[in-house]
Design a binder for this molecule. Structure first.
Ligand SMILES: NC(=O)c1ccc[n+]([C@@H]2O[C@H](COP(=O)([O-])OP(=O)(O)OC[C@H]3O[C@@H](n4cnc5c(N)ncnc54)[C@H](OP(=O)(O)O)[C@@H]3O)[C@@H](O)[C@H]2O)c1
Length: 246
């Protein structure tokens, strides 16, 4: 049976893993290893980087992988770029499972910025209370502004990530009422988020809309051309295609 590699780390990747397991497919689930206790998958699971493009090419060949589904987060750009290059070199078909970006409605007060650095610059220069909802990476630049930051992380950090911050530990999906209560409790004035898309992370944007708060939304990184679908059902149809022999 043809082996499938899922590049995971998202809710959608976990849904796909359940669909593949239910059909008894020969698939391997791959985690980067960023969290202390990743969600258990109903598939054989490997953890850790492959070692760049050459490492991934070697892995695809050694494991006889015949199809790759990149279901990583839209901001996991390095992994997605490596997958495009390695699959091209190894001649393995690649499909990306990517949730659509969020789009502002009439009641939203969003500023779109191209990068984390631009998000830092977009914040005011006078003290504010910022819900910095971008995970644990690339936080250092925010220390250049005089704000109090509310961080929501999956794992407890070893040291405070920013000089003036509150850390709460939680794993999504989140709901809008809970996020509204969180923002009121912490007297939040601004939200910084990545345009990740998806229902579970949208709660903060719905809460911001309800509270009339400004959101600084970081645009997705640009990725090389690749075949992209938005749903697990479309992935299953692609995998069932005769050319893949899955
Ligand atoms: N970036 C985010 O905002 C975000 C949010 C939620 C979840 N995640 C998840 O967290 C993981 C890491 O994200 P990132 O932004 O740090 O990635 P990244 O910057 O694109 O990737 C950096 C390196 O981590 C390794 N890697 C990433 N995803 C992997 C996977 N699924 N399996 C094996 N190795 C992987 C690869 O190492 P090698 O080069 O050694 O192969 C890759 O080159 C991803 O799986 C992503 O889905 C990311």
């Amino acid at each position: 049976m043809t082996r499938i590699l899922i590049l995971g780390g998202t809710t959608e990747a976990s849904v796909l893993a359940r669909a593949l397991a239910a059909e008894d497919k020969d698939a391997v689930f791959s985690y980067a290893g960023r969290t202390d206790s990743p969600v258990t998958q109903p598939l054989p699971t490997r953890v850790g980087g492959f070692g760049g493009v050459s490492g991934l090419v070697a892995y695809l060949r050694a494991e006889n992988i015949r199809a790759v589904v990149d279901a990583t987060h839209p901001f996991a750009a390095q992994m997605s770029r490596n997958a495009v290059e390695a699959c091209g070199l190894a001649g393995v078909p690649l499909l990306a499972l990517e949730r659509p970006s969020w789009v502002a409605g009439n009641d939203d007060n969003w500023s779109h910025v191209p990068s984390v650095d631009a998000a830092v610059r977009a914040l005011p220069d006078s003290p504010a209370r910022v819900f910095l909802a971008i995970g644990k990476q690339n936080l250092a630049g925010f220390a250049t502004k005089p704000h109090h930051y509310l961080l929501r992380l999956v794992d407890a950090p070893e040291a405070p990530p920013l000089p003036d911050c509150t850390v709460i530990l939680a794993r999504g999906p989140f709901d809008a009422d809970g996020d509204k209560a969180l923002m009121l409790h912490h007297n939040i004035s601004h939200i910084v988020a990545k345009n990740a898309g998806g229902a579970g992370a949208e709660a903060k944007l719905i809460a911001a809309r309800a509270l009339g708060l400004p959101v600084i939304l970081i645009d997705r990184p640009t990725l090389p051309a690749r075949e992209v679908v938005a749903t697990v059902a479309e992935v299953m149809r692609w995998l069932a295609h005769a050319d893949l022999g899955v």
